[in-house]
Design a protein around this ligand. Structure first.
Ligand code: GLP
Length: 240
């Protein structure tokens, strides 16, 4: 695993957008899996700008959404579905056959997990871009979840529900999440974890220097042979 430190959020977003762009240029049939959240927003904006400017072919790529809050309709502006649609899928004009997002209104979430497991097992993931939660989670892989998990529904920790309120305009009941499991992170050909701001400094230190184990899911990054952590200098301030 490598750690790259850029000056600020703009710098790290540009660096990450360029990696995605290069991957797409090298492999138009790229399978890209991404987290939503505040951290990757600028990466998405820059990626869309670069793809449009360079007229990169996106008709063969596949997009997979990493996770979703259970029970939220896709038109809820705080949902991952809404985020992906507005930041990537619509601007890039991806066809419904090119993307896979969890349907959290489904009565059978187990089936949703099986469907996503089947997509990932048939296509594989070339590039996974994730963030990190304030308890070290990746996606909704909360502390204690085995690294061998495939897609699953997770009961969310209090801190995840509290911090998650930032995505919504009014108080929103959050209880469970559905997520791609860490087994698939390990099987992805390349994984990038993005973190910015002083608020992420402690979790970045734990992810990079702490013991590897399920108590802190992001520690799994230390074991990925093609894992990259990209942070700004503030988020890296406790590991420099
Ligand atoms: C959320 C999501 C994660 C995301 C993380 C960090 O709870 N489940 O997929 O990466 O928290 O979000 P942010 O980038 O807004 O800090």
């Amino acid at each position: 695993m490598k750690h790259i430190i850029l000056n600020n959020h703009e710098g790290m977003s540009d660096y990450c957008a360029n990696i995605i762009l290069d991957s797409l240029n090298q492999n138009p049939a790229l399978v890209l899996c991404m987290a939503s959240g505040h951290t990757p927003t600028r990466t998405c904006e820059l990626l869309v700008e670069k793809i449009q400017k360079e007229k990169v072919d996106t008709t063969k790529m596949t997009f997979i959404g990493l996770d979703e809050w259970v029970g939220l309709p896709p038109d809820n502006e705080g949902s991952c579905h809404y985020y992906f649609q507005h930041h990537l899928l619509l601007p890039l004009g991806l066809k419904p056959t090119q993307f896979h997002l969890f349907d959290v209104l489904s009565e059978d979430l187990h089936k949703e997990c099986e469907k996503m497991n089947a997509v990932i097992e048939s296509k594989g993931i070339d590039l996974m871009i994730v963030g990190i939660g304030m308890n070290g989670h990746i996606g909704f892989n909360e502390p204690g979840i085995p690294f061998s998990n495939k897609c699953h529904v997770a009961k969310l920790e209090e801190i995840t529900k509290e911090v998650g309120q930032k995505y919504f305009s009014g108080e929103t009941k959050l209880d469970k999440g559905i997520t791609i499991g860490l087994q698939y992170l390990m099987q992805s050909k390349q994984v990038i974890l993005l973190a910015n701001g002083l608020k992420k400094a402690a979790v970045i230190k734990e992810a990079i220097k702490g013991p590897v184990g399920t108590a802190f899911p992001a520690s799994i990054m230390q074991t990925h042979s093609n894992g990259l952590i990209i942070t700004c200098s503030e988020a890296a301030s406790l590991v420099q």
